[in-house]
Design a protein around this ligand. Structure first.
Ligand code: CMP
Length: 138
């Protein structure tokens, strides 16, 4: 069990002005920010980040959405970080997300779902390394 996960606040949520409220909810849930940046991905970068989904029918839609505005990328720390963060954000499809979860509160649909959370300790490391150098994490 690792104590770190990776998240992005996606363009729908940054564009609607939800960034502060989402970060507040994350911090109040006990996560500590170990790295953070506000960036706009290029098409190539978004495609590389979601490379595992390249064969899926929604891949291009996902990439187009992820480059439609800025995102906030962050590495978060907490005991049992990956599982606890996925519980905090709720199901991928906000229609199935539990009340009070970030996606239930702020997401519109399965594509525009407000936040990303790593699905495993291994991917948390890969995804954090994608965005942050050693100098940018604490
Ligand atoms: P995320 O947790 O960032 O990981 C992969 C993303 O693909 C997911 O959130 C959704 O935003 C997106 N996604 C998954 N399934 C679909 C779908 N059926 N249609 C559109 N986007 C999807």
């Amino acid at each position: 069990m690792s104590n770190r996960t990776f998240t992005m606040i996606k363009p729908d949520a940054t564009g609607k002005g939800y960034t502060g409220a989402i970060l507040d909810q994350i911090i109040k849930a006990g996560f500590t920010v170990k790295a953070m940046k506000w960036v706009r991905l290029t098409e190539e970068q978004a495609g590389l980040f979601y490379d595992i989904h390249r064969a899926r029918p929604f891949f291009q839609e996902l990439v187009d959405f992820m480059i439609s505005g800025p995102i906030v990328a962050a590495i978060l720390e907490k005991d049992n970080a990956v599982a606890d963060f996925r519980e905090l954000i709720g199901a991928t499809n906000p229609a199935n997300a539990a009340d009070g979860t970030i996606r239930k509160l702020y997401a519109a649909n399965i594509g525009e779902n407000a936040v990303h959370g790593s699905d495993s300790d291994e991917n948390a490391i890969i995804e954090g390394d994608f965005f942050f150098s050693k100098l940018e994490r604490f």
